[in-house]
Design a protein around this ligand. Structure first.
Ligand code: MN
Length: 424
């Protein structure tokens, strides 16, 4: 799909400048007592999962504007995910959404293997009705007042686990749209109790080496209240279910100015941080590209993650979860994966011994300066060198545009003309 020779040709024109920049940064970091090769090795080993739905154009509650060459099905989506990983070497796994991606597991495995991809967490969908579905999710799923509707939603999640087992996945992320749109519409406590009962039934079906992730979301699609609205509720769920249950933090699902990095620290302290949905947000929700609005916040989140690395069994899952309405989704996902790597690399540069010293001495200015020194460092040569040495592109967007991939798949895949809303 992306010819090796094309990447090599594009890299050839950039290699000398990259080498010079990398060597200069290496000398600079050496003076700070940091081994650039060690940072590069950590970056090269760092992967973030791509959500299968991310390679399609998203939408808003107003409308969806389909782009050219939209993937028709999961196999097209895997092709697009393969391109992202081929060029960035940063996205080795794909996260599937059931039932959108339902297909023969053997065929899925073969396709993914051919593209050098694996499967990340499975995502269940009980927020929309499917053809031939007996009970409707209009008024909720796992927390629905009707027992048969709740049971149907539980069975769907167990089905997702079965599919995931066949694919080699090791985690289930439970998605719901449950909540309310009017004060008084639901009883907060009874609704949450029903949700916890349903989740306990799902948790009981979890293989011993799997993790279950729940994600808090302040609003949307229910705008008055959502069942899992904040990290406190999320932590209550993980603690009620047991040791295989963890909290997922979606950076966008917080009120503006919320101190997300402190939430991350709290969940780490409780031993319940499961992982992330990366994206960015200006006012609310989760639609903007990772690192596009507030890269400093992303860095501060990674600062907590790197600080927690020494904890036994600490292995958070990383996934992008964003909606692309005005860009080519492949380009947005490549740039976003690199932004995640950038924040990770910057966090690796924090002088933690010095930072702790300044904290203990109450030297606020020097503590803040220690973080800023890491954040201000342009780590692009490290990321680019890691990509190049891994067989990827020094400039993935440039190589992608030179490849003509989008025009090629647009010729193969029929144009989508639907005009419906399409938020994911
Ligand atoms: Mn999310």
């Amino acid at each position: 799909m992306i010819d090796d020779s094309l990447i090599a040709a594009d890299n050839a024109g950039r290699a000398a400048a990259l080498r010079a920049d990398y060597d200069a940064l290496g000398a600079h970091l050496d003076r700070r007592g940091i081994d650039i090769a060690a940072v590069k090795a950590r970056v090269a080993a760092f992967g973030v999962a791509v959500p299968s739905w991310g390679v399609g154009t998203g939408g808003t509650r107003f409308a969806r504007f389909p782009g050219p060459g939209e993937p028709r099905h999961i196999f097209d989506k895997l092709d697009d995910c393969g391109v992202i990983h081929r060029l960035t070497r940063a996205t080795p796994t794909v996260s599937l959404h059931i039932p959108w991606d339902r297909a023969d597991p053997a065929a899925l495995r073969a396709k993914a293997q051919a593209l050098g991809l694996g499967f990340d967490a499975m995502n269940s969908n009980t927020f929309q009705d499917q053809p031939q579905q007996r009970q409707s999710y209009k008024y909720g799923s796992l927390s629905h007042t009707d027992a048969a509707t709740r049971a149907q939603a539980v069975v769907h999640n167990l089905d997702c686990i079965e599919i995931g087992r066949a694919l080699g996945s090791k985690a289930l992320t439970v998605w719901i749209g449950d909540g309310s749109n009017f004060p008084g519409q639901t009883d907060f406590t009874r609704q949450f109790e029903r949700y916890l009962d349903s989740l306990a039934a799902i948790y009981a079906g979890l293989p011993p080496d799997w993790r279950l992730f729940t994600e808090h979301k302040m609003y949307e699609p229910a705008f008055y209240s959502t069942v899992v609205q904040d990290w406190g509720t999320n932590l209550m769920i993980a603690q009620a279910l047991g040791p295989q249950a963890f909290c997922l933090v979606d950076l966008g699902h917080h009120a503006p100015n919320t101190n997300i990095e402190m939430i991350v620290a709290r969940l780490i302290q409780a031993g319940k941080l499961g992982g992330f949905h990366f994206n960015d947000s200006k006012y609310g929700d989760d639609d903007l590209d990772t690192g596009s609005v507030d890269p400093f916040r992303l860095f501060l989140v990674f600062n907590e993650l790197v600080a927690a690395e020494a904890r036994p069994g600490f292995a958070p899952a990383h996934m992008l979860d964003q909606s692309h309405n005005v860009t080519d989704p492949i380009e947005s996902l490549m740039v976003s994966a690199m932004e995640v790597q950038r924040a990770f690399a910057q966090a690796l540069l924090v002088d933690r011994v010095a930072l702790e010293g300044f904290q203990e001495a109450n030297d606020a200015l020097m503590a803040a300066r220690t973080l800023k020194e890491a954040f201000r460092t342009d780590v692009e040569p490290i990321l680019a060198m890691a990509r190049a040495e891994g067989g990827g592109a020094i400039d993935p967007v440039a190589a992608y545009r030179a490849s003509g991939y989008r025009a090629r798949v647009a010729a193969e895949r029929p144009a989508v003309t639907g005009t419906g809303g399409g938020i994911v």
